[in-house]
Design a protein around this ligand. Structure first.
Ligand SMILES: [Zn+2]
Length: 238
């Protein structure tokens, strides 16, 4: 699927693309066969909706990208992508609204997804581009979590790196909106973390936030996160 995606986006995936060339070309042929019906029945409406989404998202991105890219790069300890990263705005992205593949980088965002509308358009763009800087095994965040685990003898909980990404990108976008006078913005992390990773939320808000505020370093924040999230969840008082 990733090789097919690169092929459809016209990106050179090098050796990886070459390895899957044959099945990908077979799929492209099948898609070409289905294209006329798709174009006739649904394309016009979906394309219009995607273009409307782009028209609303671009001014938001332009207004905030200088500050957001600089802050995210600083917090994640990794360079922001130097060249522009292609973003495919499509009607159906994935079941969770958007995703990103890296090297080469390609972001896909579902313009028809209710969660990507309004101010959330800015967050989805910067959440997704953050995936080029934060991942389970590569980058400064992954390294800090891994050394914290070695040091403490604990395991890094699955998905903690993604909780860090959700929280950091959400907070940075929220602050940008707050400075611009937007008060009713709800970040993805406020909706996703309590549902998907309830035990990450408290430690992110207390410990990782200290790192974002410049009060402790990333290594110390990672140590506290691993220590607090690896322990079995305490019984909730209610
Ligand atoms: Zn993500």
């Amino acid at each position: 699927m990733v090789a097919l995606r690169y092929r459809l986006a016209g990106l050179d995936a090098g050796e990886f693309g070459e390895r899957f060339r044959e099945p990908v070309e077979e799929l492209v042929e099948l898609l070409d066969g289905a294209a006329p019906g798709y174009r006739r029945c649904v394309w016009a409406v979906q394309d219009e909706r995607s273009r409307e989404w782009i028209a609303k998202a671009v001014p938001l991105v332009k207004a905030h990208e200088a500050e957001l890219s600089q802050r995210l790069s600083r917090y994640f300890g990794e360079p922001f992508p130097q060249s522009s990263t292609p973003v495919a705005v499509v009607h159906y992205g994935t079941w969770y609204g958007a995703n990103t593949v890296t090297r080469p980088h390609h972001i896909m965002i579902g313009a028809g997804d209710p969660q990507n509308q309004g101010h959330s358009a800015l967050e989805v763009v910067f959440h997704e581009v953050s995936h080029t800087m934060v991942s389970p095994r590569n980058g400064a965040v992954a390294r800090a979590l891994a050394s914290a685990a070695t040091e403490t003898g604990l395991e890094v909980p699955r998905g903690l790196w993604h909780g860090v990404l959700f929280y950091t990108a959400g907070q940075v976008v929220r602050q940008a909106f707050s400075q611009a006078g937007v008060r009713d913005f709800v970040s993805f992390y406020e909706e996703v973390l309590p549902r998907a990773w309830p035990t990450f939320l408290g430690p992110l808000e207390s410990e990782w936030q200290l790192y974002l505020d410049g009060k402790i370093g990333m290594d110390e924040a990672a140590r506290r996160l691993v220590t607090q999230t690896s322990q079995p969840a305490k019984e909730s008082p209610q």
